[in-house]
Design a protein. Structure first.
Length: 95
């Protein structure tokens, strides 16, 4: 896809009571997902949560590093880092 993209660092906690973006964790974003860390379920839940947060198709989100780790790097196509930061900073209940 042509246009802007942004790279996000995430710290993911699978098996949480609900899926949500908690806030920053050092230089990464703390993300909780309800899905278990098995067979890619947690990774799909992370992509679904980000797609809903950014209001974009899930296909524009790619986990490029850390597919089997809690620490992940994700590329979001069609979104600048400024817009991504603004949307991630909004509390979950206000989205």
């Amino acid at each position: 896809m042509e246009g802007p993209s942004t790279r996000l660092r995430l710290r993911v906690s699978p098996g949480a009571p609900r899926s949500e973006i908690v806030g920053s964790h050092g230089e990464a974003w703390k993300v909780r997902v309800a899905a278990a860390p098995e067979s890619g379920k947690a990774n799909r839940a992370v992509a679904d949560l980000l797609a809903a947060t950014f209001e974009i198709p899930r296909a524009r989100i790619t986990i490029v590093n850390g597919k089997t780790s809690r620490d992940k790097t994700v590329v979001v196509e069609g979104l600048t880092s400024e817009v991504a930061g603004e949307r991630l900073s909004v509390p979950a209940g206000a989205r």
